[in-house]
Design a protein around this ligand. Structure first.
Ligand SMILES: NC(=O)c1ccc[n+]([C@@H]2O[C@H](COP(=O)([O-])OP(=O)(O)OC[C@H]3O[C@@H](n4cnc5c(N)ncnc54)[C@H](OP(=O)(O)O)[C@@H]3O)[C@@H](O)[C@H]2O)c1
Length: 259
């Protein structure tokens, strides 16, 4: 029987790569984002290349009521979701007090509330049937505070913490939850976050391709791993940072973000 993956933020970047990878595995797709045209292009690309069905839902998930609407739309069509990829998210560069409140609010709603509500809604269905896989896209930003991107770093710390906790709870139900923590990847992220070096994230840094990060995340999800940090250097830094005094963490993090 065919399975279905729901991928949020699938119009570009990591989400679009997740769509391509799931499609190559013959998994039907439900793709959610705001950009209708980009979703349509991905739908036609994937339906032409692979023998799958792709449904697109245009929705702004930073509006809390839309998460429920997306879920209700899927239920109304009796589609059973097997894989949930909570990927939609954005960051913002600048001091907390200098940024418009609406940006913070949208980020909190999208990066945390939408992701949490989708997990909640699908777990209600999955627990009785005893299967399902969730992949929540966190970040290496999860492992220390981020002066200059305070709400974003805090939101990713939430995603990593929340995902690990529910992964533990869900084990007894046969459901896995994976938090994927990429370091910088070349996508539209830097531009959307109004960063200084939108194409390289950190100036001069070699970044992996979205396809490489997504393949890593996909393998981790399929193996049911709880925390998946992409890249050896990122894994080393994420572990070392725990033993560094908090004042140093803040100083170093602020330096890297404002590089
Ligand atoms: N790139 C990096 O360096 C990096 C590193 C670590 C973690 N991440 C995380 O990876 C995830 C994907 O980011 P990306 O790098 O692929 O960035 P991206 O290229 O900017 O893609 C972001 C995706 O989220 C969607 N999105 C944004 N706001 C939305 C909203 N209000 N409602 C619905 N969808 C929305 C975008 O689609 P529309 O604009 O069409 O809505 C797009 O499909 C994010 O959670 C990000 O935090 C990225």
């Amino acid at each position: 029987m065919k399975s279905t993956a729901l991928i949020t933020g699938a119009s570009k970047g990591l989400g679009a790569e997740f769509a391509r990878l799931f499609a190559s595995k013959q998994v039907d797709l439900i793709l959610v984002a705001r950009s209708e045209n980009e979703l349509k292009e991905i739908k036609s690309e994937l339906e032409n290349r692979f023998n799958i069905s792709v449904r697109t839902i245009v929705s702004d998930l930073s509006l809390p009521e839309n998460v429920r609407s997306v879920y209700d739309e899927i239920k109304a069509d009796r589609i059973e979701v097997d894989y949930l990829v909570n990927n939609a998210g954005f960051g913002d560069f600048g001091d907390f007090s200098d940024t418009e409140w609406e940006r913070h609010e949208q980020m909190i709603n999208l990066n945390m509330t939408a992701l949490t509500q989708f997990c909640y809604l699908f777990l209600q269905d999955w627990i009785s049937r005893g299967r399902g896989k969730i992949l929540n896209v966190a970040s290496t930003a999860a492992f220390q505070p981020g002066p200059g991107m305070s709400v974003y770093f805090a939101s990713k710390a939430y995603v990593a913490s929340f995902s690990q906790a529910i992964a533990y709870e869900c084990r007894k139900h046969g459901i896995t939850v994976t938090a994927l923590c990429p370091g910088p990847v070349k996508t539209n992220f830097g531009k959307a976050a109004r960063m200084k070096h939108p194409n390289g994230f950190v100036k001069g840094m070699n970044t992996p391709s979205p396809a490489e990060v997504v393949a890593f995340g996909y393998r981790a999800m399929m193996k049911g791993r709880t925390l998946a940090i992409h890249g050896r250097l990122n894994r080393i830094v994420a572990n070392i940072v725990r033993f560094i005094p908090r004042s140093w963490q803040l100083y170093l993090s602020a330096k890297v973000i404002s590089w």
